[in-house]
Structures are given as C-alpha cells and as structure tokens.
Design a protein around this ligand. Structure first.
Ligand SMILES: *Cc1c(COP(=O)(O)O)cnc(C)c1O
Length: 421
C-alpha cells in the first residue's frame, strides 16, 4: 500500500484523482510537461530531510558531504547543457546556481544581485507575452525597480528598432529578454548590441524555451548575455524549480543573492531531481523529443489556420502558439471552458492590443511539450487541431463536445504518460 494511502486517505484520493486527470485529459498548457518516473522519485526522496544552507564545500550545516556531490553533479550537467551551446565543448564562462525554488526566484535573485531599488529594468510587456517577473506592478520586480516595457509590433513580433529607441530614452540598467507567450525566436545578438549601446546588463529568461536551447533548436543566449535564468519544469521536463546563471565575476554576487539574499535552505530533493532531468536532457533522445515538439507545433499551427483561426504573428517557431480570438463571438475564457468540457486543458491568454480583462481575455495559448512527451506525432497534432476547431465551432452543442471528448480520451489512452505507467 502507498504510504500516503495508509497515512492520509483524503490527500491520497486527491493525488489519485489528479493522476487520473493527467492520464485521461490532453494537456496543452504550454508551460506544463510530464516529468519522468526517475525525476519524480528523486523529488520524493529522503533528501527532503537535509538542511544545506550555503554552497557545496561551504555549508552552514554538518552532514552535507553527500548532498554536496548531488549539487555538484547538478551544476556540472546544467553547464554541460547551457554553457557549451556550440556543440564543440567550448565554454563561455558561465557559472550556475541550481538552488532557486522557481523561475520567479531565479529572476528575483538576478535583480537583487545587480539592481538597486529604483534602478530601471526594461522587459517585454505582460499583455504582449512577457512574464510578471519582468517588471509587472503586481510583482516585486515592478515595485522595487522602475520598470519600462517594449511591446510587439502589428505583426506580433519584437521590433529591435523600437527596443533600441526605448532603451536610449530610458537608459535601463538591465534589459530582460524572454517570455511566456511569444511564439517567435529571440535575437539575442541584437539585444546585446542595444545593451552595449546604452551600457545595460542583459538577462535572458529562457523559462519556456530552455529545452529547445539545450539541444540547439533555439538560438542560445549564452554567448550574448550576462545572466541566463530558466525554470526546470517546462520544456526542460524536470521537477518544478529554477536555475540562475551568470558570466564571470557576476556569479559571486548572484550566489549571495540566492542565499542568503532571497532564500533559505536549498531543496536538496529537488536539486537531485534537477540533476536527473539534466542527465536525461543530455541524451540524444532528448534532442529527438524537442524536434518532435517543434514538428507538432508546426503541424497544429498550420491546421488551425486552415480551419479559420488566427495565430498571433501568423504561426510559430517554437513549442507554443497563441490563438487570437478577437474576431470570434466568444472570449478566451469561453474557449478555455469549452475545451475543458472536451477533455483538452489550455489556458486563456491576453493577446497584443487586448480589449478584455486578464480574467476574460481574447486568446488561448497552446503548447506541444506535454502531448509530445506522451508520444503524439504530427498526424496526432493535425487531428488534435481539428478537434480543437470542432469543439470551439460547436461549443454550445453538448453532443458534439461529447464526441470530441471521447476521441481525445481514446487518443490519450493509446499514448500513456511515461512517468505515470
Ligand atoms: C514560467 C515563467 C517564469 C516563472 O517560473 P515559476 O517557476 O512559475 O516561478 C519566469 N519567467 C518566464 C518567462 C516564465 O515563462
């Protein structure tokens, strides 16, 4: 019997219900993925019991000899993934801290390490695909620092001339690249030249595209940026968490900004799970997986457009797409709810020039990382796009929605989640 089942039936039954939901429904939330059984086992291990404030070899607690080795392996693998992006083993002099509890914590630590309260930070606008931690007034990054934002242009893409104009006017101390809902590639070299022109530091927050970056299917920020942060649970397919990297001497201040600056003891069980996930990401199968993520996104984007749905920027270069429903008689919230009834999990999302509130929105964000982990290929992606279109076109028709749901559940049954079998 599972120990949770014996000790706490209420929580156990909810864990089982959630596992059934993850097995049966189709997960298209672009920021979600399914960690492997090995990653989940490491995250559920006895390492949760260990206090290890400080860094390997320099801890404030005894008994850290073993967890030191775990953290060293996690750091080595993270650098093998991200600091050697050219494939020839050449490194760019990045250091890494694998302790941030999340992507938000990684960004907060970078800011704490290089900004003073009131300093200017320039990032992508939240309603244009940016993240709360890129200077939203609701987040500490927008309360502690003077945040200014660039937006996408009328074609849905970032215009570097506009970024440059804003940077010349505002003189930011840090320029932030990266997004939660931007379907196109980032030109880190162009951002570097703007940063150099205004004397700014450059941060790449690759929380979404990290898995693609790790295998060379998205340009690497490492040659161009002072700081790189990422989550570990999105395309990277590890445990929920973050890492923060800095080039050269900046790493020392960044380490202090993580601990004691903004966190206490590291989650050693999660660091072990990060090491396991990084090990998986270094294998050739991971590159094949990321290529399939891209192929599936292309196939889905093409079919959705054929079915009359507009995509922000007209398509995608990465793992996600943003459906713009502004020309439809229903909102992003309505669409999320209708797809939910059809067994398809997505999130409503603001679109550029949004006219509705963030709780309603005019968009839906779709991503292929999770469905690809469960083995869906391009023919499945095309079929899923058709089922999404059917469900939205007939969202008031319970019978039709029921048929879509049955087909989605059948598709999920033949593509079991590897970590849950
Ligand atoms: C998801 C995300 C984060 C935050 O990650 P959490 O682990 O949820 O804190 C930060 N930046 C970007 C661009 C993201 O997409």
């Amino acid at each position: 019997m599972n120990p949770v089942a014996a000790a706490d039936p209420a929580i156990w039954s909810l864990i089982q219900a959630e596992e059934a939901r993850q097995r049966e429904d189709l997960e298209l939330i672009a920021s979600e993925n399914y960690a492997s059984a090995a990653v989940m086992a490491a995250a559920g291990s006895c390492l949760t019991n260990k206090y290890a404030e400080g860094l390997p070899g320099k801890r404030y607690y005894g008994g850290c000899g073993i967890v030191d080795q775990v953290e060293d392996i996690a750091r080595e693998r993270a650098l093998a993934l991200f600091d050697a992006p050219d494939g020839n083993g050449a490194r760019h002099g990045m250091g890494v801290n694998v302790q941030p509890h999340s992507g938000a914590q990684a960004n907060a630590a970078v800011y704490l390490s290089c900004l003073k309260p009131g300093d200017c930070l320039l990032g992508l606008d939240l309603s244009n695909g940016g993240h709360l931690t890129h200077g939203s007034p609701a987040n500490s990054s927008g309360k502690l620092y003077r945040a200014v934002h660039y937006k996408v242009d009328s074609t849905g893409r970032i215009d570097m001339n506009v970024v440059r104009e804003i940077a010349l006017r505002e003189r930011p101390r840090v320029i932030v690249t990266g997004a939660s809902a931007y379907p196109r590639l980032w030109d880190f070299a162009a951002f570097r030249s703007v940063a150099d022109e205004v004397g700014a530091l450059l941060l790449a927050d690759i929380a979404h595209v990290a898995g693609l970056v790790a295998v060379g299917l998205h340009p690497s920020p490492v040659p161009h940026c002072d700081y790189v942060t990422t989550t570990t649970h999105k395309t990277l397919r590890g445990p929920r968490g973050g890492i923060a990297m800095a080039k050269g001497d900046a790493m020392k201040a960044l380490n202090s900004a993580v601990f004691p600056g903004s966190q206490g003891g590291p989650l050693m069980h999660i660091i072990a799970a990060k090491a396991v996930a990084f090990g998986e990401a270094l294998r050739p199968e991971f590159r094949a997986y990321q290529q399939q993520v891209l192929d599936n996104a292309q196939a889905m984007a093409t079919r959705l457009q054929e079915r009359g749905f507009a995509l922000v920027s007209g398509g995608t270069d990465n793992h996600l797409m943003l459906m713009d429903l502004s020309d439809k008689p229903y909102s992003g919230k309505d669409a999320e709810e209708a797809l939910g009834r059809a067994g398809i999990t997505v999130n409503k999302n603001t679109v550029p020039n949004e006219k509705r509130s963030p709780f309603v929105t005019s968009g839906i964000r779709l991503g292929t990382p999770a469905m690809t982990t469960r083995g869906c290929v391009t023919a499945d992606a095309v079929r899923i796009a058709d089922l999404i279109a059917d469900a939205l076109d007939h969202r008031e028709d319970a019978d039709r929605i029921g048929r879509v749901k049955a087909e989605i559940h059948a598709l999920c049954a033949v593509h079991p989640v590897p970590g849950l079998v």
